[in-house]
Design a protein around this ligand. Structure first.
Ligand SMILES: [Zn+2]
Length: 148
């Protein structure tokens, strides 16, 4: 299915960064995007990790998707798809849990302002976060493998 997206300013995060929102409702459970077409990238502030040593960059959707500790999508690196885990209305930002795709220390760790009750406070690669904390969230298989 083809959903159109719009880039928006995330004023509620107070950081002036951009985000992305759908132009139509995405129902919870919908696989709304496949990123099988992406070519490998180096590790940059705009890349995301898909295995222990492979990175992708997706200027269209994923690189514009912000972090939340109470996210509305999952970026599944095993089958290279994005799945809505809540209904997402037009105007709502897409968000995913960055440590679900990031193992290495991030180029730019940052303070999380998501406000959810399970907020991890500082967003960084999964290797820097306790496994007790991480196991409250969806994690990709390669992150679970690396956690041991
Ligand atoms: Zn948070």
């Amino acid at each position: 299915m083809d959903i159109l997206f719009q880039t928006i300013q995330c004023n509620n995060l107070g950081t002036g960064q951009i985000g992305i929102t759908p132009l139509t409702l995405i129902k919870s459970g919908t696989i709304f995007y496949s990123f099988k077409h992406l070519t490998p990238s180096i590790n940059t502030p705009f890349s995301f990790q898909i295995t222990k040593d492979k990175y992708l960059r997706d200027p269209k959707i994923i690189s514009k998707t912000n972090h939340s500790c109470d996210p509305n999508i999952i970026v599944n690196t095993a089958n290279k798809t994005c799945i809505a885990i809540k209904d997402i209305l037009p105007g709502e930002m897409l968000t995913y849990f960055y440590p679900s795709t990031e193992w290495d220390e991030m180029n730019r760790p940052f303070a999380c302002l998501c406000g959810s009750k399970n907020c991890i406070k500082v967003v960084n690669g999964a290797k820097t976060i306790s496994s007790v904390t991480l196991k409250k969230y969806f994690l990709n298989d390669f992150i679970l493998d690396l956690l041991g």
